[in-house]
Each structure stands twice: as C-alpha cells, then as structure tokens.
Write a protein that binds this ligand. Structure first.
Ligand SMILES: Cc1cc2nc3c(=O)[nH]c(=O)nc-3n(C[C@H](O)[C@H](O)[C@H](O)COP(=O)(O)OP(=O)(O)OC[C@H]3O[C@@H](n4cnc5c(N)ncnc54)[C@H](O)[C@@H]3O)c2cc1C
Length: 381
C-alpha cells in the first residue's frame, strides 16, 4: 500500500498551497484530484487580494485576511522561485467607487470602518481618482483608496504553486477522486482514491465546494465541512481605449486589470447548485456594473465568459483546523476569499500538522463549530 505523511483531497489553490508548504518540512505529501487539478474555483476567480469586508458577516474574517495579505509578497516570491513561473502578482491598490446622493457619506463611513479594522484606507478627491484612472464614469460621487490591496492572476498562481509543489516532490494525482476515508480504531489513517487504499498519517480535506459531497453515503464530510456551491459569473474584456491600472470596485461589481491589458469583470452570486454556466441575466448584471464604473468599456472586445463555484459555508467563514477525529483536518469553505487566504491557510495547516507554535488564533474557523452549534441561516454572498 502506498504511504504518505499527508494526503490532501483536492488540487485547487488551497490543496496545492498546503502541499507546497508541508513539503518544505520534508513531509511526503500527495494531492488527489478527481479531474485535472486547478480547474474549479481557483481557475474562475478574479484574483483580488482584499481583506476589506463586504458586509457585517465578513467581520470575523478580516484578521485572517489581513494576516494573509501580509504573507503574500513572501508567498509569491517563494512560489516563483521554486516554480520558475510568474504569479502575475501586483500591488496597485483598489479604488472603491460610491455613487448616488449618499456617496460621500458612504465613502467616509467605509474609510472609517476599514481604519478601525486595521486596514489602510483614505478618501481621495474624485478628480484625483479620475486622473489616476481616466475612465472612471460620471456616476461616481466619491472614492476611497485602499492602497495595500493587490491582485494575482489565479490561473497563473495555481499553476505555479502546483509546479512548485512538484519540485518539492509532492505527488499530484489527476483523475483520481477520493471516495472515502480509511479509519482504524476511530483514527483517520488514509483515503480511498481512484479505488485504491492510500495510507497517510494526516488527511486534509481541501475539495472546495465539493468537500461536503466527497462520500455522499456518509454524513461525516457534511458534518465537518458543510460547503455548498455559490456560482459566480465572470468575463474578460479587451478595452479598445484607455486601460486600467488599479482595481475599481462598487457595490454592484468590480473590474480587475491584468498585466497584459485585459480587464476581468465580475461577478454574480447565485445559489444555482453545481450548474456551472453563464446566463444572459448574469452577464447583463456584470455589463451594467462594468459600464457604470468605466463607460469606455462599451466598445471593448469580449474575450471570454465563464462561471465558477465558490465554496460557501453556513456562516460565510472558512472551515480550518483539526476535527475531533485524529488524523483528519479541514481546509475549505474559503468562499469569496480563497485566493487571498491561500498563504495563511497553508501556514496554519503546517503549524497544526508539525505541531509548531500556533502564530494565529483560528478558533473562529474551527470545523467543530458546526458540530457543537446550530448553523446560521444561509444567505447569498
Ligand atoms: C467567480 C469567482 C470569483 C472569485 N474571486 C475571488 C477573488 O477575487 N479573490 C479571492 O480571494 N477569491 C476569489 N474567489 C474565491 C476563490 O476562487 C475560492 O475561494 C478558492 O479558489 C477555493 O479554492 P479551493 O482550492 O478550496 O477550491 P477549488 O479551486 O474549487 O478546488 C477544489 C478541487 O477539489 C477537487 N475535488 C472535488 N471533489 C474531489 C474528490 N472527491 N476527490 C478529489 N478531488 C476533488 C476539484 O476537482 C477541485 O480541483 C472567487 C471565486 C469565484 C467562483
């Protein structure tokens, strides 16, 4: 029987980043993916690195996001060095655009809220913002500047992390779905992958929105990792005029510039099950928001449209940490922030598995919160 120190279920960015980190500790690590790795949410994401909350439900997430953003420069440097590939990381900041009569009041509230949460934010005059980004539309009434936010190209990053992990001798098995756990005397001692029994001292569940469904005949995964898919539609545009340097975001949507001049526009947030497709209604909402932010995109070329499934959870928070089954750990449910949260997730899993000193209090994200508390109502994120 093949034996590893750690078996990771799921080869998205989260599984790959954990594998890379653990292999740095000389552990024998395998990643199992039921398809070609890196083709789900991690492939679909916009790639904003933004710890700023979207709603009050996000507040418990802010410290984790802030910590992960701090880790990003070193994370991408080590990935780029180990893989020889670019992650297309940039740190140009975000301009948040406020419109309507309450624009200035809303902006001032947002700046104060961010500062209170330890996030850099400042009010900038509208004409200054319009000098920075010439295409900002006339609907804008006020602008907040979040200078520390960054972006990556998620497909490049995920591919680079995968290659970096392989250079550290991580075994990555494609088309090798996990269908169950191996358990001995209450302990988790491996996985059933591709019909084969694999032995591992530690098993990490990192299967994104599919985590709850790994073995539908047992309620174990749904108990510790109650994820669900939340669909997001996206499109990539090639402007026929002025481009963009910084992220533009409003409450209706966002525009993320890529280094090659493309602009990625998003997104929707839909409870549509596992159906992963774009719809006319979804794309119209994205167009409307994009053109309000940046009217010059009206003549842009549409290069690509796609949809992805965010790993949602009952309380919108990620699920991170050991379970009460020895040998079984969860690292999933990153919802709208898995690209941002990859470095801190990998670091925490390493600390838990190597029993190193815990450098961050992650109790709020424990998988045990669902087994001891009544889950909160679901909302569209
Ligand atoms: C439209 C959209 C925009 C987003 N924008 C951002 C953003 O700007 N910033 C940000 O931080 N985050 C963003 N996100 C969220 C982010 O993409 C996710 O949180 C993150 O990619 C989750 O990574 P993951 O590795 O957990 O899951 P995934 O990337 O979904 O990977 C899970 C993997 O598990 C595999 N798998 C499933 N079942 C099994 C099984 N039984 N056995 C083996 N393998 C299995 C799948 O094949 C897949 O490869 C966005 C998401 C979407 C959809």
């Amino acid at each position: 029987m093949k034996t590893f120190d750690v078996a990771i279920i799921g080869g998205g960015l989260i599984g790959a980043a954990i594998a890379f980190e653990l292999a740095g500790e000389k552990l024998r690590v395998a990643v199992f993916d039921r398809q070609r790795p890196g083709r789900e949410a991690s492939w679909a994401a916009a790639g904003m690195l933004s710890p700023a909350p979207d709603s009050s439900r996000d507040l418990p997430l802010v410290p984790l996001g802030r910590e992960s953003l701090k880790l990003y420069p070193d994370f991408v440097a080590s990935i780029e060095e180990a893989s020889g590939q670019s992650t297309v990381y940039a740190r140009e900041g975000t301009l948040e655009i406020f419109s309507g009569m309450r624009g200035e009041t809303d902006r001032d509230y947002r700046v104060a809220e961010c500062r209170q949460l330890g996030l850099a934010a400042e009010a900038v005059a509208l004409d200054t913002a319009q000098q920075w980004e010439k295409g900002i539309g006339p609907a804008a009434r006020a602008v907040a500047w979040l200078p520390e936010e960054g972006t990556v190209e998620p497909r490049s990053l995920t591919s680079a992390v995968m290659v970096a992990a392989q250079h550290r001798h991580v075994e990555i098995r494609s088309d090798c779905g996990v269908t169950g756990l191996v358990r001995e005397r209450g302990r988790c001692t491996g996985v059933i992958a591709g019909g084969e029994e694999i032995s591992a001292r530690h098993v990490v569940v990192a299967a994104g929105c599919f985590s709850s469904e790994i073995a539908p005949d047992t309620e174990l995964f749904a108990r510790y990792a109650p994820t669900r898919p939340v669909r997001g539609q996206m499109m990539a545009l090639k402007p026929d005029g002025a481009g963009l340097r910084r992220v533009l975001r409003s409450e209706r949507g966002y525009l993320v510039p890529r280094r090659d001049g493309r602009i990625v526009a998003g997104s929707t947030s839909e409870e549509a099950g596992f159906t992963k497709r774009v719809t006319p209604d979804g794309l119209r909402k994205i167009f409307d928001a994009a053109l309000e932010l940046f009217p010059g995109l009206a003549g842009a070329e549409i290069l690509e449209t796609w949809a992805g499934l965010r790993p949602g959870t009952p309380d919108d928070l990620p699920i991170l940490g050991p379970t009460d089954i020895e040998g079984l750990m969860i690292a999933t449910g990153h919802y709208r922030n898995g690209i941002l949260l990859a470095p801190i997730t990998a670091k925490l899993v390493r600390e838990w598995i190597t029993e190193g000193p815990a450098t961050f209090d992650a109790a709020a994200y424990s998988p045990l919160r669902f087994t001891t508390q009544k889950p909160q109502a679901r909302t569209a994120g």
